[in-house]
Design a protein around this ligand. Sequence first.
Ligand code: ZN
Length: 186
Amino acid sequence: MAKRDILIIPDKQLRLTSEPVGAIDASVRTLIEDMFETMYEAPGIGLAAIQVGVPRRVITLDLARKDEPKAPQVFINPEVVWSSEEKSVYEEGCLSIPEYYEEVERPAAVRVKYLDREGQPQEIEASGLLATCLQHEIDHINGVLFIDHISKLKRDMIVKKFKKAQKRGEPVKPLSEDKEPSHHIG
Ligand SMILES: [Zn+2]
C-alpha cells in the first residue's frame, strides 16, 4: 500500500467526470488499498479516486468513530437511484478544500446502487451521515464539489483564497490532528 497525494482546489482534475470501472483487476484493488491508506492518514471518513488523481468511479468510506473498530466500505460505480423529498443539513468539509467547513443541504436519505470489492451488484438505503457522505463522494466522481451547493458569494471567496495560495506557492496548511475526522467528509 502507498499513500497518495490528495488534489487540492483549484486543481482542474477535480472537475473531471470519472469513468466507470470495468473489471476489478489488480490495478483497481491497489487503488482501493491506497485510497484507504490516504484517507486514514488524512484523516477523513471518505475519499473519491479522483481526489488522488485517478478518474475512476471508486469511493472509499469509513464512518467508524475513533473508539470503534475500523469499518471500511468500498463503492464501485455508485449511482443514486432514489433520493428522499426530505432534506437535511450537515456541516461538510472536504480533503480537497482543507480548513473550510460549511453547512450543505441535501436529501436526507438516498438509495445507491453499486458494485462491491468483488464486483457483486449491491444496493443500500442510507440516511444520516452515510447519506451525506455518499452524496458528497458521488458528487466528486461527477466533478462536483460541496462548495457548488453553497452560495456563489461564499464559493467565489473560497476559490479565490485557494488560487492566491497556489499562486504564492504556499503549501496548504495541513488539517490539525485534533479535529474529529467526521468533519473531513472527503
Ligand atoms: Zn470532498
